[in-house]
Design a protein around this ligand. Structure first.
Ligand SMILES: Nc1ncnc2c1ncn2[C@@H]1O[C@H](COP(=O)(O)OP(=O)(O)OP(=O)(O)O)[C@@H](O)[C@H]1O
Length: 488
């Protein structure tokens, strides 16, 4: 049974009661208060093994209190809860030395797990507070659940130098996330250098990245520095990493393994101190199967994977993003507009194949081309005319709803398979394809059913129309993670 005293501060009595019950049931002793002053008194008297606090309290903002607590008791873990779920909240929590940040509402089981982890971590490793620039324009916009996860992951990554692999469709914000990791991380005084593998001729990639010596190849008339050298002490963002040729992959692997490289045509190993953030919109595991990407490099790069969801999976972010882009274009001298309800509805039902970039471009067009202050649904229709809309949210019972998206599932699978087969050119994929493909479809299907039922396996089995035991076995066999929530 775990033990320890928890100091809890939140001005909402209902939240105090619920958390008190959950934590007491888990074996902790809880003292709770509705204000920051009492929390501060307890902490300064040396009480408590862990603090859980809301950000907005009647007498003080917890972000102002945190540095004082850290000063007198640097090893006391602090968990911050907030309903103000922006990127900056997550970053500030990390910057002020919070052990963890939980956007409200959260799962009680998760809170208890975080408390358990915080209390069992080695005492000599206090959550490293690091100062980040004050009051920046918020770089990442969106408060959807999916973005909350990204913010929390970013906040945890800020004080580290870990290699990060960002995946996501084109235009989902991969470069923006890489830049935020740099700008708010501990290397922000160093350079941020971005290289797009798809934009450089393949035969020049090695020299671009690692530099070359004079005479290394025809046309190399002088020594040239590479991007690694330019990024020394900072971050190197390797975009479209799936397009990196094999030879360059081998050199990159060496950097990740040994922290050194040689220039093209050079012999002397050069030590390097660069944080690598890679990004791709391709499935690297498919490239590995096709022999186009080194598996060992994949594992070295994929230390912390971050998946950016496509915009159609977080349509609730669209109003915030639209507002954000209108503010940006206003700063550039274009008129500020607003969207009527119908126009916003159209945007939420659109597929957004180009994701946030496409939305940003649309806002620019609306600001530049239309004199009226209010943008109507008809205008949005005219601007998006060639693109298919998603069907409206079905109102009928789930059982009556046809399995329908703007691209049929079988069309998508067919397209995927044809790309997969063509990757093997004259040969065939490895045997066992039937079961491999079915597994790939089963995983997301069961995952989606569990997510929709918040991890309730009985309801997920009903939804899927399979036996409960069958579902349990599949979850085990496919090694799926089940996240339960009491909000099911
Ligand atoms: N969450 C967000 N908040 C604000 N702006 C965003 C967000 N996500 C993306 N953008 C904007 O959308 C545009 C595209 O983002 P970005 O270039 O980072 O995407 P990407 O995934 O790297 O695209 P690609 O794969 O095509 O290189 C940029 O102008 C970026 O500023």
């Amino acid at each position: 049974m775990p033990s320890g005293q928890i100091l809890l501060a939140d001005d909402d009595a209902a939240i105090r009661t619920v958390l008190n019950q959950a934590l007491s049931r888990a074996g902790y002793e809880v003292r709770s208060s509705s204000n920051a002053a009492t929390l501060w008194r307890w902490v300064s008297q040396g009480e408590g093994d862990l603090v859980i606090t809301d950000v907005m309290m009647p007498d003080e903002n917890a972000f102002d209190l945190l540095p004082r607590i850290k000063k007198i008791r640097p090893e006391l873990p602090i968990i911050v809860m907030s309903a103000q779920n922006t990127f900056m909240t997550a970053i500030k929590a990390s910057e002020r030395g919070a052990y963890e940040y939980l956007p409200k509402p959260f799962d009680l089981k998760e809170l208890v797990a975080v408390v358990g982890r915080a209390l069992s971590r080695p005492r000599s490793a206090p959550g490293g507070a690091h100062a980040v620039p004050e009051n920046e324009d918020i770089p990442l916009v969106g408060r959807s659940q999916a973005m909350q996860e990204i913010y929390r992951a970013l906040a945890r990554l800020m004080p580290t130098d870990l290699t990060v692999m960002i995946t996501g469709e084109s235009g989902t914000g991969k470069e923006l996330v890489a830049k935020a990791l740099h700008d708010y991380g501990k290397r922000r005084q160093g350079p941020f250098v971005a290289v797009n593998m798809a934009a450089i001729p393949r035969e020049l990639i090695e020299s671009e990245l690692f530099g070359h010596e004079k005479g290394a190849f025809t046309g190399a008339t002088a020594r040239s520095t590479g991007r690694f050298e330019q990024a020394e002490g900072g971050t190197l963002f390797l975009d479209e990493i799936g397009d990196m040729p094999m030879e360059a992959q081998t050199r990159l692997l060496r950097v990740l393994q040994q922290g050194e490289y040689t220039t093209v045509g050079g012999r002397v190993p050069i030590k390097t101190n660069v944080r690598i953030v890679a990004a791709t919109n391709k499935d690297l595991r498919v490239l590995i199967q096709q022999g186009l990407f080194r598996e060992d490099l994949y594992f070295r790069l994929n230390v912390v994977p971050l998946r950016l969801p496509p915009l159609r999976e977080r349509v609730e972010d669209i109003p915030d993003l639209v507002r954000h882009f209108f503010v940006l274009v206003e700063k550039e001298g274009l008129g500020r507009k607003q969207l009527d309800v119908e126009a916003m509805d159209r945007l939420k039902r659109y597929r957004w194949p180009g994701n946030v970039r496409e939305l940003e471009n649309l806002v620019r067009r609306l600001a530049a081309l239309y004199p009226q202050d209010t943008i109507t649904g008809a205008i949005v229709d005219a601007e998006l005319d060639s693109q298919p809309l998603l069907p409206p949210q079905p109102a009928g019972k789930p059982g009556q709803t046809a399995l329908q998206t703007s691209e049929g599932l079988s069309d998508a699978v067919e397209r995927h398979l044809s790309e997969y087969f063509s990757g093997f050119r004259d040969s065939l994929p490895p045997p066992g394809l039937y079961h491999r493909i079915l597994r790939e479809i089963e995983g997301p299907l069961i995952g989606a059913a569990l997510a929709a039922t918040r991890g309730n396996q009985i309801r997920a089995a009903e939804l899927l129309g399979v036996n409960r035991n069958t579902l349990r076995k599949k979850v085990r066999d496919l090694d799926l993670m089940v996240v339960r929530s009491n909000r099911a």
